[in-house]
Design a binder for this molecule. Structure first.
Ligand SMILES: Cc1cc2nc3c(=O)[nH]c(=O)nc-3n(C[C@H](O)[C@H](O)[C@H](O)COP(=O)(O)OP(=O)(O)OC[C@H]3O[C@@H](n4cnc5c(N)ncnc54)[C@H](O)[C@@H]3O)c2cc1C
Length: 449
């Protein structure tokens, strides 16, 4: 085993996963995180003394790797996540009228049941249009895309009826990809649809956290790393990484301290990763590629009401409003609060947080008569929440191994075929750890007994 530790930079879900896999394999791990707490873009923050997530997160049953990592750190997903069968309920406010509802609720995700649900949900189209759309939907799920294109083009090419597009496919695309359909990669979207809708009812199930986000993985992961003997450095920003020409790396930390490492897993988001790559010409193309990956924002609007809220479905899509998805926080133990997700929030900038939450509160009151006005709002905007999932994204995402032996990338920006999600982050962390372990084997063999 290498004498020097392996340094993992970044304690988001990707870095924590990489560190755990390495530590469980007996490697000496040093995990370095700039923030005071782990979790990265999926963490709990404090608001007026109460825990709030930095963003409302949802998993699906298809997130097999993320769920198994949670289990491995002692979190029982059955208790920590509330399962909701795959169904899409949308609501649209109608000025001076009763709100409209739309429901796509297949009995199961078998092709026949999905087809029946699509057919009945496209009721505003003529029967022949509905049948053509049904065949198109079948193609979308079954025929792998050879050439990437935008989701909007793909829906058009597969004759999806207007109503179904507007009330089902487009909101689903925005939720899954955090990129509007006109700009989103059909290949990545298709991959998600195939992994969740074609792998049994369990894979399609939505899983809504019942516990603060940090408790789902980051905190217990850190605890397990400590038990395994890993060195944890929180509130420690890595300023630079230098290669020692085949003899490991020197990391410069905040304050000028240095740390020697045999291998490095760079598990920050893409911009920091580009910045931290050692200054070697061989890494310039990778630096350029990382710099070109765009990002998109998400704002989560938390609204607090004076009285406990009426029973609402666990997830409702909102049509024609500033926010796109509504989740009551009752599931997370707060019956007075709602969360509203604003995906790709840069598309609709607001002058300030107050304007944003008041608008969302007003629109909700019109959509759910009886809800009333919130007494308080809190908006958390993450400017670099996810990748901009444009067509061709997967060809531009970096692989785990960099051109510099011993230096690996992990993070939701790496090539996984998935959008930026917890599942992508965990898969990338597992891949980076596996590559580092495999690449260290010759050293182990050469070492004297
Ligand atoms: C508001 C919001 C909503 C989301 N909703 C969902 C959802 O519903 N479902 C889903 O699956 N995903 C969702 N995501 C995406 C998901 O949170 C991310 O894909 C995932 O958390 C990324 O993990 P990561 O480890 O790759 O990166 P990060 O979490 O960004 O981790 C990188 C870590 O590196 C640290 N770091 C950076 N620079 C340095 C440095 N120089 N030195 C040391 N440390 C450094 C950072 O502080 C950070 O902790 C959402 C994200 C946001 C922001």
């Amino acid at each position: 085993m290498s004498e020097q530790p392996i340094a993992v930079v970044g304690a988001g879900w990707a870095g924590l996963t990489a560190a755990l896999v390495l530590a469980r394999a007996g490697r000496k791990v040093t995990l370095i995180e700039a923030a005071a707490a782990p979790g990265g873009r999926a963490r709990t923050v404090e608001s007026d003394g109460a825990p709030l997530d930095n963003g409302q997160h949802i998993l699906v049953g298809a997130c097999r790797h993320a769920l198994s990592q949670m289990r491995a750190v002692g979190v029982n997903p059955i208790l920590a996540l509330h399962p909701v069968p795959f169904r899409v309920l949308m609501r649209r406010r109608v000025p001076d009228g009763a709100p409209e509802s739309f429901l796509l609720a297949p009995r199961s995700t078998r092709s026949r049941d999905l087809g029946a649900a699509f057919y009945s949900a496209a009721r505003d189209a003529s029967p022949p249009r509905r049948l053509v759309g049904l065949l198109g939907a079948w193609r979308m799920l079954h025929r792998p895309l050879t050439r990437d294109r935008s989701v909007a083009d793909w829906l058009q090419a597969n004759a999806q009826p207007g109503g179904l597009r507007e009330r089902f496919w487009e909101p689903l695309c925005l939720a899954v990809m955090n990129t509007p359909p006109a700009h989103a990669s059909a290949r990545v979207f298709q991959n998600v649809l195939r992994q969740s809708l074609m792998a049994g009812d369990g894979a399609a199930r939505l899983l809504i956290p019942r516990r603060p986000l940090s408790e789902l993985f980051a905190d217990p992961a850190l605890q397990q790393l400590r038990t395994l003997g890993a060195t944890i450095r929180l509130s420690t920003r890595v300023r630079g990484i230098e290669s020692r020409g085949g003899d490991g790396f020197i990391l410069t930390l905040r304050g000028g301290e240095t740390l020697a490492a045999g291998q490095v897993v760079l598990a920050t988001a893409q911009r920091s990763a580009a910045h931290l790559l050692p200054a070697l010409p061989a890494l310039d193309p990778l630096r350029g590629e990382l710099g070109e990956l765009g990002a998109r924002s998400i704002c989560t609007v938390y609204l607090r009401y004076a009285k406990a809220l009426p029973e609402l479905p666990p997830l409702t899509g909102l049509l024609g409003q500033h926010g796109q998805w509504l989740l009551p926080r009752r599931l997370a133990g707060d019956p007075h609060r709602l969360a509203v997700v604003v995906s790709a929030a840069e598309e609709c900038p607001m002058s300030d947080a107050g304007t944003r939450w008041q608008r969302v509160g007003r629109e909700l009151a019109e959509t759910f008569p009886g809800l009333g006005q919130p007494e308080q709002g809190r908006v958390i905007c993450e400017k670099m929440a996810t990748l901009d999932a444009r067509p061709g994204l997967d060809d531009r995402r970096p692989a785990t191994r960099t051109p510099l032996p011993g230096l690996y990338l992990a993070g939701d920006f790496c090539a996984t075929g998935l959008p930026s999600t917890l599942e992508a982050a965990v898969q990338s962390g597992q891949k980076a750890a596996a590559a580092a372990i495999i690449d260290a084997i010759p050293d182990l063999v050469r070492r004297p007994a």
